[in-house]
Design a binder for this molecule. Sequence first.
Ligand code: ACO
Length: 378
Amino acid sequence: MVLKPGLEGVPVTQSSICDIDGIKGELRYRGYPIAELASKSSFLETAYLLIWGNLPSSQELRDFENAVQMHRRLSFRVRDMMKCFPATGHPMDALQSSAASLGLFYSRRAIDNPEYIYDAVVRLIAKIPTMVAAFQLIRKGQDPIQPRDDLPYSANFLYMLTEREPDPLAARVLDRCLILHAEHSLNASTFSARVTASTLTDPYAVIASAVGTLAGPLHGGANEDVIAMLETIGTPDKANNYLNNAIAQKSKIMGFGHREYKVKDPRASLLQEFAEDLFARFGKDEMYEVAKAVEQNAGPLLGPRGIYPNVDFYSGLVYRKLGIPRDLFTPIFAISRVAGWLAHWREQLSANRIFRPTQIYTGEKNRTWKALEERANN
Ligand code: ACO
């Protein structure tokens, strides 16, 4: 048996959802290039494409949008449960718990019933943003506000966060960010979703397990750390020194490196464009100059090893300009990635085999039991 830590390069499933060319820096959802989707599609249309396999007709899209709009509200029981969460808790933990709680309300485990599947998809896509926004208000001591039916998906999310109708550019940029983060093949959280799905448990457990996996700093959590790193560097002239020290100490540069991409992540380039659109309209962020200096100085240091900016490098700067608090960056990633997780949930169910890998045992064999009083250091 050959051990492959992190399953690097080991195919564990077949998938027709997302295709990555890490050498050319290309990403396609269901065959459509990511840049085209980000400029022409909406998040809900992209979610439909990912989950059901094809672009919707105008009627299908209208039905899907209406269904999502109808299910955006949370039961008072969920809101009351969230009010008992500690205000100091991380919003990803709040989201994982709230998403899991949906299973208490809607679980029938009727996963061979297309109507149940459609309803679960709609509920999860509809309610996750409401949960993120609700926790944000609750932890400030306020009551969550109801979604507004006249606002589209991303505009409504920003409204629920801030109680202000957002600027159309801000809402469109957020929607485009959600498109970019919606799917990325068999990353850690998606693998987690598929492992959970393979047990035939309910979709709320599938999504809750994926949210927990996304929370880690080596995965979705890196976008928070990028802003912290830029603030530590402080000014563009200090970027080179910081990088050299970090590399000498074998520390990771957050927002750099990817298991799949050996060039700049195409989503990082698009997010950089979105950031520049926002800066042109709402004013600059001084940390953007630091980020550009980090990217420029990292080129000769990390580029030869195929380590370039990933999706997390510029996303934090975009969210910051949208006025979103730092610890909501990863929950926003989750709002988007739920589309990919659900696509993989459906795909896993269509040809299921429970995941049960093997191990190479390295522990001791045949030890002799010792009574408590005979053990050393007692
Ligand atoms: N900064 C400095 N060196 C790096 C970085 C980095 N960001 N990423 C990888 N390397 C180096 C490692 O130190 C290692 O060097 P070594 O061979 O001398 O020990 C080599 O490149 C391989 O690194 P691994 O961590 O083994 O690469 P892997 O493919 O497993 O990791 C990962 C990919 C986890 C994303 C890694 O690049 C990393 O930790 N990046 C920083 C965290 C981050 O930005 N995460 C977000 C990823 S995107 C996402 O999940 C949404």
